[in-house]
Design a protein around this ligand. Structure first.
Ligand code: FJE
Ligand code: FE
Length: 290
């Protein structure tokens, strides 16, 4: 066995199965998003429903809208957003903060800029299994200073969910999920384990990285890489600038997905019921009356 093989912590590294570039599209009111998961060519990636890199300036934003049947994870990259829901839950998340919202049976809320200039961030929608779609809504919020962060060998990781470099996140993931924000210095090499049967992807935020195969061509910002199965992923920063990307993985739910905008259920009947519940303010949408 060569030295390189002995030093590898991965027995079966994952390969890139698909690579997509994201383009800017209009969303909400006067906002733009780069949607990777959730667009026509990549409808869902079980358990993930949507990944948007958003950019919004006041007076634009995402005024009152409902959610049911999944979770939204909003992670701020720049600026600040205020969210306010129909039950009076209100808060502002700033650069590096995150909100992990379990919509469950129903939330109606707004997400609006809270500062001057452009607010940027990522919003990931994670599906809930049929037995969890109608659970009570729940929020988990982490300020930037409370996000677990570790640095080692030119690698810095912010552990949003799951575990990396021996450090765990405090976030509870109803659908088992890992969400890591990596920054690699020039020359750094990462080997990150991922549970073998989970779906996983990389989304590049800054710089350019070489992923999965040493000799593959570099991937730049705003590209998503869908990974095949294996026990982990390798990344190299062969450039002279910082490389920043997120690595997200989740346990596939394996159930039918029927989506109607912000409602994600298992069957058309459940979607019809949800539209009625929202219209009549019942079964979780009671507070939408006010
Ligand atoms: C939306 C349903 C929605 N991407 N990125 C339908 F939930 C939304 C929506 C968002 C959103 C919000 C933030 Cl803060 C960030 C997002 C979609 O609120 F725009 C439509 N059309
Ligand atoms: Fe929302």
């Amino acid at each position: 066995m060569s030295k390189a093989e002995i030093s590898s912590v991965l027995r079966e590294p994952r390969f890139v199965v698909k690579k997509f570039q994201t383009r800017i599209q209009a969303e909400g009111v006067g906002a733009v998003v780069r949607r990777s998961i959730g667009r026509f060519e990549l409808r869902h990636f079980d358990p993930f429903l949507v990944l948007d890199e958003f950019s919004v300036t006041a007076p634009g934003g995402f005024p009152d809208h409902p959610h049911r049947g999944f979770e939204t994870v909003t992670y701020m990259l720049q600026g600040a957003m205020t969210h306010e829901d129909f039950a009076g839950h209100k808060g502002t998340i700033r650069t590096g903060d995150l909100q992990w919202m379990t919509a469950g049976r129903g939330i109606v809320h707004s997400e609006m800029p809270a500062s001057q200039g452009t607010q940027k961030g990522l919003q990931l929608w994670i599906n809930l299994s049929s037995k969890h779609k109608m659970i009570e809504p729940r929020y988990q919020e982490l300020l930037s200073k409370d996000v677990a962060e570790v640095a080692k060998d030119g690698i810095k990781v912010r552990v949003i969910a799951g575990e990396a470099l021996g450090t765990k996140s405090a976030i509870y993931t109803r659908t088992p999920t890992m969400y890591l924000d990596f920054t690699l210095k020039p020359g750094a090499h990462l080997q990150q384990p991922i549970p073998s049967l989970w779906n996983s992807f990389i989304y590049v935020l800054e710089g350019e990285g070489v992923f999965c195969k040493q000799e593959s061509s570099p991937t730049k910002a705003h590209y998503i890489l869908l990974l095949g199965f294996g026990d982990g992923v390798e990344a190299w920063n062969k450039s002279s600038k910082l490389l920043r990307f997120i690595l997200v993985g989740g346990e596939p739910i394996g159930e039918p997905v029927v989506q109607y905008g912000p409602f994600v259920m298992n069957t058309q009947e459940e979607i019809d019921q949800t539209i009625d519940d929202y219209e009549y303010c019942i079964n979780g949408f009671e507070n939408a009356k006010h």
